[in-house]
Write a protein that binds this ligand. Sequence first.
Ligand SMILES: [Zn+2]
Length: 351
Amino acid sequence: MKTNGKKPDLARIKKAVSFPDLMTRYGFQLKAQGGGSFRGKCPLPTHTRETDDNSFTAALKESGWVWDCFSNSCIANRGGKKGGNMLDFVMAMEKDSSLFRIGTKLNDWFGLNAWLINGQGATTAESKPQARSAATESQPRPAEKPVDTAAASETEPGENKPLGFRLQHIDFKHPYLAQRGITPETAEYFGVGYFPGNSKLLKGRIVFPIWNARGEGNPVAYAGRSIDGSEPKYVFPPGFKKSLELWNLHRIPEAADHVIVLEGLFSVMRFHQAGIRNVVSLMGSSASEEQIRVLAAFSCVTLCLDPDEAGRAATAALLQPIARLTHVRALELPGQADELEPETIRKLLAI
Ligand SMILES: [Zn+2]
């Protein structure tokens, strides 16, 4: 996903493009049926029966344009799906499953210039995810939530700029990492380890470098986790805008169309050790509008939030806003994500 921070603003595109205009581009015409609904011949490459003449309908809903074709053979050729949104339609027409490329094409064709640059766009998502609720006291171990106070779900304005320094002398072999099931190789790969240095904020903590989506140069911040039970468990530097970043996003290959979303930082490393690379952390159990927009640039989003009250509330709050923009599913984990064995993780994701 190295896109120089520039991504098509899919939410805006879905509303800005008129479906009848899009059909004209493909040499087909839809007839207005009244009530914002249109009907005509199906242009999809999956449509093989000429006799189903007026089988294709499109209508403008609150979330943008939706379409369907009721021809049984056309549905079967699309794997049983009756229809979808505008992006699904262009994906089927172009035989391309990358939302990034589809969004770029639509921008180009209709001169929209609807981009999110460094996460900044003119569009706002329709609903706000709920802040996390308090975890129950009956849990054996409180789930690893990097932010223990109420997590902000508002997107903070501005951007996170790369730091002018990098922390030195990070110990990737610290016993605390082994205790959490993280190998020295994994720790070094992520740059995560014990920091003995003289930063007031981070000294004596496990530090996590956080890069922005570009992943260039130095990290934009370090998160620090206490290892002696002291609170707060996680600290972030003042001025760091957590709502703008997803941890590990910059390492996901540009070609990846699927992203797995976890709450915690340790969870990402556990999934990595199980061979799962397209995984990001919300750095908490809520997502900002900006984080949702970034996730929606993938064709498919899998939520693997922790099976506790906060994780379930976050899943419930996230499904709908993400589903408006792209395909999303939620998996119920058999335990806290940062405690799952590699075999369990692979089985869960059917890999
Ligand atoms: Zn059809």
